[in-house]
Design a protein around this ligand. Structure first.
Ligand code: FAD
Length: 317
């Protein structure tokens, strides 16, 4: 990140809270279940489905995990009540993974079991490198208990990802279900790619690897070269809206996922072409902390924000 980018992050972080709130409104679906449901109902007309994230992550006491367990429980009830085509995205550290592993497993299992009763999928968001393996371990442990409505996220910037795809596909067979993304956490050069092009190249390679292994592949991102590569890869494998994927009875075997408020025009075009598109819906009272943390973790977010305010045509709602 050059001096100009650093300047933007500095300026963004010094904005008054009401201004941050104004900007965040586009990217965060409100502070409670009701507002998130409203946003999903509105966006359903654009042919999208959803994955819902209760804002917040690493907690400092195991009691805080109760908040997330309850809030996700309420969101699950709302998805069922309003018959939304939505699943859940959870962050294992918010359930206590770094404080009390046993309790975290039991909290997560409780939610996945409740979701399984209604055939609702749960995605384990991927956090920073400290919890990559522990998150994969949760995934494998849940599948070993017969809970197959759960999948993980892998980050293409990490060197280990090709090995992880291989290991998870070997362990889970056609129950392997991934979200693939670049990875928002800027990891060090000894464990990850740090430059744009190698990350894009790795992302494209991982898409191909997942498709070739017959895993459900959710391509999460807004970068045009990656989306173009994914479309070409699907076509060359005979996969697409009208074709059945390798996983019998489970649809086309892939989907595109994007963040709420980001590049809606591309998402709508993909949906119009018949591809499954899913919008990541973050909501919750902790939207301010979430926004600040994203700026800290990855200063590019400030660049994207500024670009979308000053050049709205680059990021249509
Ligand atoms: P970029 O090159 O960063 O962006 C391409 C273009 O998209 C930009 O030029 C800009 O116009 C637009 N854009 C991208 N992001 C924004 C933004 N925030 N605001 C405004 N415009 C933007 N990362 C994880 O580490 N773990 C996860 O579990 C995880 N889950 C994700 C789930 C979904 C559905 C998505 C879409 C992303 C997720 N990410 C996750 C984040 C991901 O790793 C990337 O950091 C993020 O998507 C930016 O990469 P990009 O592919 O959009 O490409």
């Amino acid at each position: 990140m050059g001096w100009f980018g650093r300047l933007l992050v500095g300026v963004t972080k010094r904005m008054p809270r009401f201004m941050i709130s104004f900007v965040a409104r586009r990217y965060v679906a409100g502070s409670d279940v009701k507002s998130a449901v409203k946003v999903m109902k509105r966006l359903s007309s654009e042919g999208a489905c959803f994955t819902v994230d209760v804002l917040g992550e690493e907690i400092t006491s195991i009691e805080e995990a109760e908040f997330f367990t309850n809030e996700y429980g309420q969101m699950l009830d709302a998805i069922i009540e309003h018959e939304l085509d939505a699943n859940l995205s959870i962050k294992p550290t918010a359930f206590g993974l770094l404080i009390d592993e046993e309790k975290a497993y039991s909290n997560i299992e409780q939610l996945i079991r409740a979701a399984a009763e209604h055939d609702i999928f749960v995605r384990l968001d991927m956090e920073d490198h400290r919890v990559t393996q522990p998150t994969i371990d949760i995934l494998l442990a849940m599948h070993a208990k017969g809970l197959t409505n759960v999948g993980a996220v892998l980050q293409s910037r990490l060197f280990r990802t090709a090995g992880d795809i291989d290991a998870i596909c070997t362990a889970l067979g056609d129950a392997a279900d991934f979200r693939l993304c670049k990875g928002i956490y800027l990891e060090s050069a000894d464990i990850s790619e740090t430059r744009y092009q190698p990350i894009v190249d790795a992302f494209c390679g991982h898409i191909d690897q997942m498709l070739d292994r017959g895993a459900y592949t959710a391509i999460a991102g807004h970068d045009i070269p990656v989306i173009k590569h994914a479309l070409a890869s699907l076509k060359s494998r005979g996969l697409g809206p009208a074709a059945n994927g390798p996983r019998k009875g489970k649809g086309p075997g892939y989907e595109f996922q994007m963040l709420l408020g980001v590049r809606g025009n591309i998402r709508r075009r993909l949906a119009k072409e018949g591809h499954r598109t899913r919008i990541y819906i973050p909501y919750g009272e902790r939207w301010y902390e979430y926004s600040m943390r994203r700026l800290d973790e990855n200063p590019d977010v400030a660049l994207h924000l500024t670009k979308s305010i000053l050049m709205p045509w680059t990021n249509r709602r």
